[in-house]
Design a protein around this ligand. Sequence first.
Ligand SMILES: *Cc1c(COP(=O)(O)O)cnc(C)c1O
Length: 221
Amino acid sequence: MIAERWAQLRAEIPAHVAIVAVTKSQPAEALEEAIAAGVRDVGENYLQEARAKFDFLCGRSPELVEGAFTKHFIGRVQSNKAKAIVETFDVVQSVDRIEAGLALAKAAAAAGKRLRVLIQLNISPNERYGVRPEEAPELARALRQEASLTVDGVMAIGPLGASSSETARAFEVAAGVFGAVGGTVLSLGMSGDWREALRAGSTMVRLGSVLFGPRAAPARV
Ligand SMILES: *Cc1c(COP(=O)(O)O)cnc(C)c1O
């Protein structure tokens, strides 16, 4: 089932656009199935949940976890969890304030690692997190002073339950900020709005329910 949905989505979404499979609240077996189907980018919102699944997968086949796929953290960054986040993930898409970015930078430097991060924008009235679009370039500038970070673009969550044209307008704002921030990744688009995201120039969509089916417990960040 996951393999069929993956093939269908991969056929519809241009090859230059990365698809992050969002496995939050899905069992580890779903992640395993997705990797077998060809998924190469995985997104998780919660540290403990992600670790449990990656450990499970590692127990099954260690070669699957080491370098077989890129692990994206897309949840709220708590500064006191920075070390564990850096140990567990390759990319942190959800940096929306300087304290969180600096905590990640410090943890990455201590681990001798260079961490890729995206600046999370707030482009929606019903979204709690994300930096205001006008403040994003300054945050990116500040974090680019950190040798252990690569600020590689921006991420945003579209307005929930909005019309297609409202969504398109919000995504245009994100695309404009991406132009100002620079980098290679515009992470825009989820199950309900990836088509609008592609029209706005998204280079990376984050898909959960459209790939894995509905989540057991709705988890929103
Ligand atoms: C849950 C989540 C997704 C995936 O949501 P779907 O609507 O199931 O595709 C993508 N990005 C973030 C930041 C999320 O929290």
